[in-house]
Design a protein around this ligand. Structure first.
Ligand code: GTP
Ligand code: MG
Length: 202
């Protein structure tokens, strides 16, 4: 199982880098994608944040994310090196529907996706899950834990609500916490290793 070396800093790739993997961090508006990439990236992350304006309130659904003041308008980008020479290049997708035309370009060449979910508004994730499935990307889902997230649902109920395949990893994370976010990415990496197509198996 991959893990993270104790020291991962600096802009240069470690000499041990062997497998460079593009990963999408996807999810609906305001679920914590930018926050997760910020918390795990060993390089200064690239963000394309713009302030939410009055004008956007008629276009963007702010339900559940009232306190949000900025939004990603193109991509987030970060990098994290794991042990065993695996380096993840993290591409955060914009959450808002009006930026969907960017999706095909951003997802090009990705090996998998970590789909962040907000348990307070699970239905907001359906579009993104459909996009990831249409793209044929293997994925893991991570419930980003907000203080008022409902805690009474069973794993079975959550899997049922999202219509997840039994093998799809489902974890809970706190996108603000590096270790917790890395654990979510590791669940995805393990899934990719376990389900890689036969021709890529070594
Ligand atoms: N309590 C709590 N707040 C969080 C967590 N993750 C993100 N936030 C807050 O939620 C807000 C949304 O986070 P972002 O990271 O901007 O969300 P996003 O998915 O990138 O949003 P868009 O790019 O606009 O789609 C921010 O104010 C974060 O500080 C979390 O795990 N717990
Ligand atoms: Mg964002």
């Amino acid at each position: 199982m991959a893990s993270v070396p104790s020291s991962t800093s600096g802009i240069h790739l470690p000499d041990t880098a062997r497998d460079l993997v593009k990963i999408l961090v996807a999810g609906p508006f305001g679920v914590g994608k930018t926050t997760l990439i910020d918390s795990v990236s060993e390089i200064r992350p690239l963000h394309t944040e713009e302030r939410l304006s009055e004008a956007s309130t008629t276009v963007d659904d702010l339900a559940g994310v009232r306190e949000k003041s900025t939004t990603t308008v193109a991509i987030d980008f970060g990098r994290i090196s794991l042990t065993g020479g695996v380096v993840l290049y993290l591409f955060g997708t914009p959450g808002q529907e009006r930026f969907r035309p960017l999706w095909q370009d951003i997802s090009y060449g990705a090996l998998g996706a970590l789909v962040l979910i907000d348990a307070r508004r699970v239905d907001a994730s359906f579009d993104v899950l459909a996009l990831v499935e249409e793209a044929g990307l293997p994925y893991a889902v991570a419930f980003n834990d907000f203080p008022d997230s409902p805690r009474h649902y069973t794993e079975e109920q959550l899997r049922g609500a999202l219509d997840l395949a039994p093998e799809t990893p489902m974890v809970v994370c706190d996108a603000r916490d590096r270790d917790s976010s890395i654990d979510a990415l590791l669940a995805l990496v393990q899934h990719l290793i376990d389900h890689q197509p036969p021709e890529q198996s070594r």
